[in-house]
Ligand binder design. Structure first.
Ligand SMILES: NC(=O)c1ccc[n+]([C@@H]2O[C@H](COP(=O)([O-])OP(=O)(O)OC[C@H]3O[C@@H](n4cnc5c(N)ncnc54)[C@H](O)[C@@H]3O)[C@@H](O)[C@H]2O)c1
Length: 278
């Protein structure tokens, strides 16, 4: 069976979306870009759709005729419960309802390590964290990713829509903290993982961890590799500089002791603080 060709990419104006907009066409996909933030497209791109996930009609039109959806849109940091509810919970529901109504059969959902953020960080010599650990959200944001994963499960069992939920570690051009060395997903590996998630057969609802092949790895990639994902990058090349600046990772430090890092410890809670990426 040929893989999907026309992809709806929600959250296309964001950090990951912008990188995927560059990388995914190299795998043969035609992208349909969607974001509440306007996107200026180039001559080789279809005009982007500017709409809010709250707009059910716009979401349904965006999904119509797509072969698959890569769902990145939403609030990507901690925020107030009401904002998270609207963008990440109601918004993801609207997306799946659109997919159901329009007959789209495959979604890749950008979940997060923060869905299981209170999981203890593995110490040296301990096995990495598998993708089947129980939900332990560290924020309202993490909780919304638990909801998204469970929604995907429901839409598979009930409506036959297949989803790969990717618990992304940290997807940025390069890691910026010693914690990120253990969970970094390079943009190029992210595109490899999305392609594997879009083309693997019979995924039902599969949850995978999303990271590169990091020397200091915290995340078990077995279920991602089972989809055909072969990471090529390793954060180790950034380690020396970050350790010189920030010191070694220390699991006695509460900010390092749990997978979710500062999302688990921040006082006052992160949603009462200006946005930052721990
Ligand atoms: N970057 C990471 O390290 C990381 C880690 C874990 C999970 N994730 C998840 O991956 C996805 C992409 O992350 P990112 O870093 O690119 O985030 P980002 O904040 O840079 O991008 C999110 C995009 O979603 C759009 N958006 C927000 N609310 C919307 C709405 N109601 N309707 C339409 N569009 C809306 C924003 O305009 C933005 O362009 C997010 O779902 C995030 O939670 C990212």
């Amino acid at each position: 069976m040929a893989g999907p060709r026309t992809l709806l990419l929600t959250g296309a104006a964001g950090g990951v979306g912008t990188a995927m907009r560059e990388l995914l066409p190299g795998y043969g996909y035609d992208l349909r870009l969607f974001d509440v933030t306007p996107i200026e497209t180039g001559p080789d791109e279809a005009p982007a759709i500017t709409a809010d996930l709250a707009d059910t009609e716009a979401v349904r039109r965006a999904v119509r005729g797509a072969d698959a959806v890569v769902h990145l849109a939403g609030i990507s940091l901690e925020s107030s419960f009401d904002d998270i509810l609207r963008a990440n919970v109601q918004g993801t529901y609207n997306l799946y309802e659109g997919a159901r109504a329009e007959g789209v059969r495959r979604v890749v959902f950008a979940s997060s390590n923060h869905a299981v953020g209170f999981t203890p960080s593995p110490s040296a010599g301990e096995p990495p964290i598998p993708a089947d650990v129980p939900h332990r959200p560290d924020t309202f944001y993490g909780l919304s990713k638990c909801f998204g994963e469970d929604l995907a499960s429901l839409y598979w069992d009930r409506h036959g829509i297949e989803t790969v939920s990717i618990r992304i570690g940290s997807c940025f051009p390069q890691p910026t903290s010693v914690r990120m060395l253990s969970i970094w997903l390079s943009p190029e590996d992210c595109a490899r993982l999305l392609h594997a998630a879009l083309t693997a057969q019979d995924v039902g609802h599969t949850v995978v961890n999303g990271s590169s092949a990091n020397t200091r790895q915290w995340l078990d990639l077995a279920s991602a590799r089972a989809l055909g994902y072969e990471p090529r990058d390793d954060s180790e090349k950034y380690a020396r500089k970050l350790i010189d600046e920030q010191g070694e990772l220390d699991l006695e430090n509460p900010e390092h002791a749990r997978l979710g890092g500062r999302f688990c410890t921040a006082q006052p809670p992160l949603w009462q603080q200006p946005a930052s990426r721990p």
